[in-house]
Design a protein around this ligand. Structure first.
Ligand code: DGL
Length: 276
């Protein structure tokens, strides 16, 4: 007898993973999805390794309990600070037949195709930058590439407060792009290593000198997921395909429904959940 079908779980600290989910839905609309945003405890960006791991593990366990056999950590901070421990230590204990994937590896695997100068810039939260995950992953696969990072702690609040087009955004976007390019003027590719940053793309382009390629991760992650599912029929055959989407938040569903429009552009009806 076949095992019961299950949706793909998509987890983020809050709303940001919806930018990744949007691209996944465009590329792979036939599958069922459950989105979980831990809005009550967001942002994860400034939190410690221990805390991000503990919160992310609770979320993954909750998604497993809802039948997900495959969970995508659509949050850079969770991918940077919790994914490896979950894959190596927690999954063998919880259920070795399930999978948890992140959003950093699919991007770093392609790093060699982004740059001609062999100099890449990465923008992310404080947590993602401190973890060095992008630099480590790119270094493993492309040792000749120099990676320079810049943490942009004000960019997530700017997006969440609807300030993407304000003079405040001018100030903080200009500041961090100039800081990054002052550290390495040879950068010719810029990775947006945070779920929220694609929403600042207009401002980023405004302050970026010509000739620098901007890499957002949504499409790369969705293509990588499509490839993963075609290479892993033992996972793909269990994923249910009724086109169902459910959204859960650990904070107010009303607020989630309102804010999620910024990230998805479509109305969403979220349900409330409590993580331990
Ligand atoms: N989703 C997070 C990320 O991509 C940004 C928001 C947060 O700090 O929780 O890193």
């Amino acid at each position: 007898m076949n095992a019961p079908a299950s949706p793909i779980g998509i987890f983020d600290s809050g709303y940001g993973g919806l930018t990744v989910m949007k691209k996944i839905l465009e590329a792979l609309p036939r599958y069922d999805y459950i989105y979980l945003g831990d809005n009550a405890r967001a942002p994860y960006g400034p939190r410690s390794f221990e805390t991000v791991h503990a919160y992310t593990l609770q979320a993954v366990t909750w998604l497993f309990d809802r039948g997900c056999r495959l969970v995508i950590l659509a949050c850079n901070t969770a991918s940077a600070k919790a994914l490896r421990t979950i894959q190596q230590k927690d999954l063998p204990r919880l259920d070795p037949g399930r999978r948890v994937l992140g959003v950093i590896r699919p991007v770093t695997e392609l790093a060699g195709t982004f740059t001609e100068t062999q100099h890449i810039g990465v923008l992310g939260t404080v947590g993602t930058v401190e973890s060095q995950s992008y630099a480590i992953e790119i270094g493993k696969q492309f040792p000749g590439i120099t990676v320079t990072q810049e943490a942009c702690p004000m960019w997530v609040p700017l997006v969440e407060c609807g300030e993407c087009e304000s003079s405040g955004a001018d100030y903080f976007v200009h500041k961090h792009i100039s800081n990054l390019l002052a550290k390495d003027p040879k950068i010719d590719a810029l990775i947006l290593g945070c779920t929220h940053y694609p929403l600042l793309i207009r401002k980023i382009m405004q302050f970026l000198p010509p000739g620098i390629r901007v890499v957002a991760q949504g499409e790369i992650v969705s293509e990588s997921l499509a490839g993963y599912l075609s290479r892993h029929p033992e996972i793909e055959t269990h994923v249910s395909s009724s086109g169902i989407r459910r959204y859960f938040t650990t904070d107010s569903p009303e607020l989630f429904n309102k804010q999620s429009r910024i990230f998805m552009g479509i109305p969403i009806e979220a349900e409330r959940v409590r993580l331990p």
